[in-house]
Ligand binder design. Structure first.
Ligand SMILES: [Zn+2]
Length: 119
């Protein structure tokens, strides 16, 4: 059953806007994540290391973006199925305050805490 205490349209609007934003960031940073060309002639050892480091950072940011995009897709799907607002692990109601902070959040505070400990 879907929750009467949630403003689904407001959350959906925010999720869709955030998805557009993330996809734009993906596109804008594609170049930074591309394989670093090691040109021995033109690039010194230090600038090669710099390039590899910023590439690694760009890839890490991208990884986080992809996880967030996945959470957004899943949240939108749960809205369609009427499961939105419930923890995907224990079915507890996720507090409105938590959803207001991040409408894509899939877990209640307790389960999110448990998931953290597994890392
Ligand atoms: Zn839970």
């Amino acid at each position: 059953m879907s929750r009467k205490d949630l403003d689904f349209e407001a959350y959906r609007t925010r999720l869709l806007a955030r998805r557009v934003e993330l996809e734009a960031e993906c596109d804008a940073t594609a170049q930074d994540r591309a394989a670093v060309e090691v040109d021995q002639q033109r690039m010194g050892r230090l600038s090669r290391m710099d390039a590899l480091q910023s590439q690694a950072m760009a890839q890490e940011l991208e990884r986080h973006r992809q996880i967030e995009l996945l959470h957004i897709e899943q949240a939108l799907k749960r809205m369609d199925e009427g499961d939105y607002g419930y923890c995907t692990a224990c079915d507890a109601k996720i507090p409105v305050r938590r959803l207001d902070l991040d409408p894509s959040v899939p877990l209640c505070v307790k389960c999110a805490g448990k998931a953290e400990h597994h890392h």
